[in-house]
Design a protein around this ligand. Structure first.
Ligand code: CMC
Length: 427
């Protein structure tokens, strides 16, 4: 054993191995702790617990570093496309031109969804949230495409199908919610251009596909493509560990992402900014409320479980947001308000002491709004982007010969053994 940690419990010393990752991160391997000592570890929220060994994404929250398969996210945002980044995450390496073309053709080949699925949309109540609908539809995909997931080829088909169809399902959901005719995917368009066309093309006003807007969407989805063991990714891994099919595991990830502390924050930010605007744009009062421990209000789009410096994705997103608004000649007062709010918060001792900076969701909603995406679909946009990451993480688990059924433990603090009292004798 090269490196180890000692635990002394009741005068007895136990040696536990320390393992090291390729970037020097270290972890005490406690898997034998209970067997040897009778103890478990307690870590609510698992914020200091490594749940797996992974070679997909490296994140240093103190330094603001994010890399997919070793490549800095800044480089991918500038030079790659979303499909290429998805390929990288899932297949471990950047594709050759031929491999990328084949992947794109496959994505196009699988982009249609079974016509019967359209009828589902009609039956959801009008007020249904698009995330609930997406999670249900992805789960339902299994019934329409019940292929096996045993061989490498079967898995590849299922993965491509999922990436392609989720985008079609999301756009279809929007069209049906507006009572419009569904626009089908086109073979001649790229993944992102196809999505925009399916969302915004109408028989009366053909959608003009702008390369800068397509680029912005590529960047948006690249920035969301993976973020190691966050809440929704952990949900995918945990649910997947029961050996459910991929669709069910992804459906669980979508449900987990929905929450306002996680992916739902992009919707919550816009709602917060609109609320501030409605109440007279008093930013000092807003910041004061966020600091008040008696008030449950938090500054949405601020703070992060792992970043204790500026979220590297937020830096790129802020720039992208500026570019898109400029390109579309949109003057959104929410952007000015967001920038001012950021300035006030970053100079406030409360935020400084707690290392609270804007996260990816702070500016992304303003950009999506400018593109014409409705607010309640913002988290769906996040989900489409996160899909390759979820799939890569699920695949890594499947390929791990030691993949265990997830089963954390607990410290029980309820009543000790209590006798059952028949109902007529209860007081
Ligand atoms: N506004 C006001 N105070 C905050 C905020 C905020 N947005 N975020 C954290 N704090 C305070 C918190 O009250 C606590 O203060 P104290 O130490 O006095 O009790 C301290 O900062 C640490 O907070 P925490 O809740 O222990 O930190 P966490 O790492 O568990 O929480 C978070 C991370 C993302 C849940 C939290 O920052 C938050 O609620 N932010 C707003 C929601 C949001 O923007 N979420 C999107 C995250 S990025 C998308 C993704 O990757 O999921």
């Amino acid at each position: 054993m090269d490196d180890y940690a000692k635990i002394i419990y009741k005068d007895k010393t136990y040696i536990l191995p320390v393992i090291e990752g390729s970037e020097g991160e270290k972890a005490i391997d406690i898997s034998s702790l209970r067997q040897e000592t009778g103890l478990i570890t307690l870590d609510p929220g698992f914020s200091n617990t490594g749940s797996c060994i992974s070679s997909i994404t490296y994140l240093d929250g103190e330094k603001g570093v994010l890399r997919y398969r070793g490549i800095p996210v800044e480089q991918l945002a500038e030079l790659s496309s979303f499909t290429e980044t998805a390929y990288l995450l899932i297949n471990k390496v950047l594709p050759t031109r031929e491999e990328l073309n084949r992947f794109s053709v496959l994505l196009n080949d699988h982009s249609l969804v079974h016509e019967d699925m359209q009828t589902f949309y009609q039956n959801f109540p009008r007020a249904s949230h698009p995330m609930g609908i997406l999670s249900s539809m992805v789960n339902a995909l299994r019934s329409f495409y019940p292929g096996l997931q045993a061989t490498e080829e079967e898995i590849n088909i299922m993965v491509t199908r999922l990436i392609s169809k989720v985008r079609t399902l999301a756009a279809m959901s929007y069209k049906i919610s507006r009572g419009h005719k569904v626009v089908y995917p086109r073979h001649d368009l790229s993944y992102c251009a196809n999505f925009l066309n399916m969302m915004f093309n109408t028989p009366v006003k053909p959608y003009n596909i702008d390369k800068d807007i397509v680029k912005a969407l590529n960047v948006f989805w690249i920035l969301h493509a993976d973020h190691e063991q966050n809440c929704s990714t952990s949900a995918v891994r945990v649910v997947g560990s029961g050996r459910v099919n991929l669709y069910a595991a992804i459906s669980a990830g979508i449900a987990a992402l929905w929450g306002p502390l996680h992916g739902g924050a992009n919707q919550a930010v816009i709602e917060m900014l609109l609320e501030i605007q409605k109440n007279g744009s008093n930013l000092d009062k807003t910041v004061k409320r966020a600091k008040d421990k008696k008030d449950p209000f938090r500054l949405m789009g601020f703070g992060h479980s792992v970043y204790k410096t500026y979220d590297p994705r937020a830096k790129i997103m802020k720039k992208m947001c500026d570019n898109v608004l400029k390109k579309l000649k949109i003057n959104d007062p929410l952007l000015d308000m967001a920038k001012e709010l950021e300035e006030i918060a970053l100079n406030d001792d409360y935020f400084k002491e707690r290392n609270l900076y804007p996260n990816i969701d702070f500016y992304s909603g303003i950009m999506l709004r400018a593109m014409g995406i409705p607010t309640n679909m913002f988290t769906v946009m996040f989900a489409i982007g996160r899909l390759p990451g979820w799939i890569a993480q699920w695949k890594e688990s499947v390929d791990d010969p030691k993949w265990k059924l997830s089963r954390p433990r607990q410290i029980y603090i309820g009543p000790t053994k209590t006798e059952y009292i028949p109902i007529d004798k209860r007081k």
